[in-house]
Design a protein around this ligand. Structure first.
Ligand SMILES: [Zn+2]
Length: 270
């Protein structure tokens, strides 16, 4: 969409005008954007490498918002073959972490001091009476969270290797709901990103909103793998993307909620 409102200064901006703000102001304001009509959270995307002009998008619009049609080029791609599983869900979702599936990242395992990945536990027998295991990778799960309205509230059991079993509605936490209850807890944090910015030690911060909202910290050593895996050439392309990260919510000394991305296999991006 062409316009969005910044709650920080109350101004409504044209995307082209917003793009000309000086860098510091833009970084601050882009995390406080809302749709000028439905007032849902919005994001700004700079001119893209394939020549698309600067624009705004909502995360997402409220039903019936007339500005939603302008965002069609930014919306999440179609649900496709992932929706089929919804009606056939058994009692249990087993999360498949596709380590090394797309790229030869298994080499990272051999680096001393590299983060440890959870391993698949030993086989513990059958699935029990009347239960069905549904194996899903992170990306299809993220699609379900984003596009299937009730999935995030489901009481199906999620199984992640080396973690206690939990219900979907407890395990997956939307970024806007992250808070005290999840501090130091391992969860699947998901939501839509407002922007990415460079931080100390070469880290890239993927923000889900303003200072009071949680951010994901992508350490320098994992950036190349993540960018290649998700086809990202420029950090600007994180703006508006949906993300799911399995990790532990931490709080920094200045009160910022953050979750480190310890491994490209522990995240998905749409
Ligand atoms: Zn709207």
């Amino acid at each position: 969409m062409d316009i969005a409102t910044c709650v920080e200064d109350g101004q409504t901006y044209f995307a082209t005008q917003f793009a000309q703000l000086d860098a510091a102001e833009l970084e601050l304001k882009r995390r406080q954007l809302i749709c000028s009509e439905c007032r849902n959270p919005a994001f700004f995307r700079k001119e893209s490498r394939d020549g698309k002009g600067a624009c705004f998008g909502a995360r997402p619009h409220a039903d019936g918002c007339s500005l939603a049609v302008e965002d069609s080029g930014l919306s999440v791609p179609g649900f496709g073959d992932e929706q089929e599983g919804l009606t056939n869900f058994g009692n249990r979702i087993v999360v498949d972490l596709d380590f090394g599936a797309a790229l030869p990242i298994e080499h990272i395992d051999q680096v001393p001091g590299a983060p440890r990945r959870p391993r698949s536990g030993p086989f513990t027998g059958g699935d029990g009476l009347g239960t069905a295991n549904l194996h899903r990778r992170l990306r299809p799960l993220l699609r379900l969270l984003v596009e299937a309205p009730n999935f995030q509230y489901s009481d199906m059991i999620v199984e992640v290797a080396n973690q206690p079993e939990m219900m979907v509605r407890d395990f997956f936490v939307h970024c806007s709901n992250a808070g005290f209850a999840q501090f130091n807890q391992f969860r699947g944090f998901w939501g839509q990103l407002t922007d990415a910015r460079n931080g100390a030690n070469g880290a890239l911060w993927l923000n889900s909103g303003g200072q009071g909202d949680m951010s994901f910290c992508l350490p320098f050593e994992h950036q190349a793998v993540v960018m290649e895996r998700f086809g990202i050439e420029n950090k600007e392309e994180f703006a508006g993307a949906y993300i799911l990260v399995l990790g532990t919510l931490r709080v920094s000394q200045n009160g910022k909620m953050l979750c480190f991305i310890d491994d490209a296999a522990m995240m998905a991006l749409l």
